[in-house]
Design a protein around this ligand. Structure first.
Ligand code: BGC
Length: 387
């Protein structure tokens, strides 16, 4: 066995997002889409909203020292300009519950879901709506500024815009609208920058990032395939980051995909989503993002694997690739596995199982999966053992 040590103070944990785990959110675009029959209902799901303390106990018991979660905008600002103090208090309690357990909070202000009133105003298709997000970001971070959290504005702007306006499988279900997608991405970048400025005004020490889903695009030796990989990589991986790079203290990287431009098709092991398991792509994505010269967190990388037969292997290979990136000089500070508990996988509903912890949706019972203990050994020792 080889030993791969990680830098002192490395963050090890898992991630989640409000609409995917909390349950009983009725006032946003996904709840509306479920009512209209376009996506599965989220219902009460894992009911993390009332069980968060137990879930954080479990996270601690499996060796984590940080946790990423998101705040539900539709709870905080259910009507335009009306901020619900009770809900702000709720998230304050959530963050304090993490701190009490020694889990550093990484808080995302927006993880794909929009309050209905904001959608009615045109959401992020309208440049003039950017100010509403900045106001929400200011209000939340101001109320929670005593908490020592890392803040993220947006989760995966490109995924949101491409699913909503190109693939048409997420709200607002627009298919093939490339220019609308382009416009939404621009407004998300504007909203990030505006929110960054607001947050920094009252809390200059806050660490504010954006979380980007980056894909490793690679081609074979053919010039044409190489060129294609380069262009798509600029569009998907770089365009947004270039717009926000002066308004970021760190960058969160979510890694799930590689895309190969090649005349021969290679075969890779697959997750329950049917996605290739290609952990070495993470190394390339990290080395690429390092060009922005910011600290990096792997804010998500994980696998849907109901049988839990590939998860431990996949996690270890991801971590090995993180180590290789660090060894090559990448300033990587932490890893949050997706996800802590099983959750609502968007248009797939609850059937896909990403959790380190299994959830029985009937009884709400949690059960730690075997792979979580293998990850625990790494978190606890700050070291990966690998052949
Ligand atoms: C998202 C998560 C999602 C995960 C798995 C990421 O794109 O941030 O919300 O559940 O991937 O699909």
């Amino acid at each position: 066995m080889q030993k791969y040590n990680f830098p002192k103070g490395f963050y090890w944990g898992a991630a989640s997002a409000s609409y995917q785990v909390e349950g009983n959110i009725f006032n946003n675009d996904w709840a509306k889409a479920a009512e209209d029959g376009f996506v599965p209902f989220a219902g009460d799901g894992p009911d993390h909203y009332s069980r968060y303390e137990k879930d954080f106990d479990l996270a601690k018991s499996i060796g984590h020292n940080c946790h990423r979660l998101s705040i539900e905008w539709s709870r905080i600002e259910p009507k335009e300009g009306y901020f619900d103090e009770k809900e702000i208090e709720h998230y304050k309690n959530v963050i304090q519950a993490l701190e009490k357990r020694g889990l550093t909070p990484f808080i995302t202000l927006w993880h794909f879901t929009l309050p209905n009133w904001f959608v009615e105003k045109g959401g992020f298709t309208k440049k003039r709506n950017v100010k509403y997000f900045a106001r929400y970001a200011k209000r939340v971070t101001d109320s929670l500024k005593d908490c020592t959290a890392f803040w993220t504005t947006f989760n995966e702007p490109m995924v949101y815009a491409s699913n909503g306006w190109m693939r048409g499988n997420w709200p607002p279900f627009r298919f093939g609208h490339f220019f609308e997608m382009w416009n939404v991405v621009n407004n998300l970048a504007r909203a990030h920058n505006a929110a960054y400025i607001e947050i920094k005004k009252h809390d200059p020490d806050a660490d504010v990032s954006v979380v980007k889903n980056n894909i490793y695009f690679h081609g074979d030796t053919k010039l044409w395939n190489k060129a294609k990989a380069k262009v798509v990589s600029w569009f998907w991986n770089d365009r947004f980051l270039r717009k926000v790079k002066n308004y970021c203290d760190s960058i969160g990287v979510n890694y799930y995909f590689h895309s190969e431009y090649s005349s021969t098709k290679s075969d890779y092991p697959k997750s329950d989503m049917g996605w290739d398991l290609y952990p070495e792509g993470l190394y390339h994505v990290l080395v690429d993002v390092a060009k922005y010269k910011k600290p990096i967190f792997v804010s998500e990388a994980g696998i849907a694997d109901e049988k839990d037969s590939k998860r431990a292997w996949y996690i270890k290979e991801l971590i090995y690739n993180m180590w290789l990136a660090i060894d090559d000089g990448v300033d990587l500070r932490g890893y949050m596995y997706w996800s802590l508990i099983d959750n609502y996988e968007w248009s797939f509903g609850y059937q896909k199982r990403f959790g380190l912890i299994a959830v029985d949706y009937e009884t709400k019972e949690r059960k730690i999966r075997e792979s979580a203990y293998e990850y625990k050994a790494i978190c606890k020792s700050n070291t990966l053992l690998r052949k």
